[in-house]
Design a protein around this ligand. Structure first.
Ligand SMILES: [Zn+2]
Length: 242
């Protein structure tokens, strides 16, 4: 315990603690912003995956159509065989015409189905080519993501090292500061944008730039007690005073 430190010295110490707290906050912010680069790459990868899922659904639809066309074609082959049998056994002109007409229709339908099959095959080939392109792009981004991820891990390690050092220094410094003063500072720091203690110079609070009542400014200079700015509530101290 450093009960021997004057209040003035404790305020000085507190100001040094605040410098460390500002460093800690900066390091924390840096650490927090590192994954942003990864998030961007992750979004790209998710986009590629969405495209691939859509293409897979498209492919499934086409394959379904392909199976249906194949079944229809097989059915037509059977019908065609039967129709050609009928044609051989016609008894009269009417039957001959009916059988010929049926054969003609079946042949026409066969041609259409064959054309459909070719269409489906071409579409599937196009989808396969598109998917291969998307996959190649995705793999490239994945490779980049791995690299960035490694770099981020390294940077996080470095920042953690610096943070550890500053936190240790803070732990040593706060020993000299009264517990109630430190608690008051910590509360204000949380509420007042990271600054709990601010200099008072030229009769002004340097935290909010408000003019301090002259009597208060005198009291702060004498440093017999802890004084707060009436406007922003931060702890006031006179820089460089002995
Ligand atoms: Zn103020």
């Amino acid at each position: 315990m450093n009960a021997t430190l004057s209040l003035r010295d404790q305020l000085k110490l507190l100001e040094q603690v605040q410098e460390l707290d500002v460093k800690i906050a900066t390091l924390d912010r840096k650490k927090g912003s590192l994954p942003d680069a990864l998030k961007e790459l992750d979004a790209k990868i998710a986009g590629f995956q969405k495209t691939l899922t859509a293409k897979a659904a498209e492919k499934e639809d086409i394959e379904k159509g392909q199976r249906q066309a194949k079944a229809a074609l097989e059915l037509n082959q059977d019908r065609l065989a039967r129709a050609s049998g009928k044609l051989e056994n016609v008894g009269n002109q009417q039957e001959f015409q009916a059988a010929s007409k049926e054969m003609e229709q079946l042949k026409k339908s066969n041609e259409e189905l064959a054309k459909q099959q070719a269409d489906f095959t071409a579409k599937l080939a196009a989808i396969a080519a598109e998917c291969a392109g998307v996959e190649a792009q995705m793999n490239e981004v994945k490779g980049e993501r791995d690299k960035v991820s490694q770099a981020v891990l390294g940077q996080v390690g470095e920042l953690d090292g610096s943070l550890g050092e500053v936190l240790n220094e803070r732990k040593e410094r706060v020993v000299g500061v009264r517990k109630d003063l430190l608690a008051r500072y910590d509360r204000l720091r949380g509420a007042r944008a990271g600054l709990g203690i601010v200099p008072a110079t030229g009769g002004r609070c340097n935290g909010c730039n408000m003019h301090l009542p002259p009597q208060l400014f005198n009291q702060v200079q004498r440093c017999e007690d802890i004084y707060n700015c009436p406007s922003c509530n931060r702890i006031l101290f006179i820089p460089g005073a002995r």
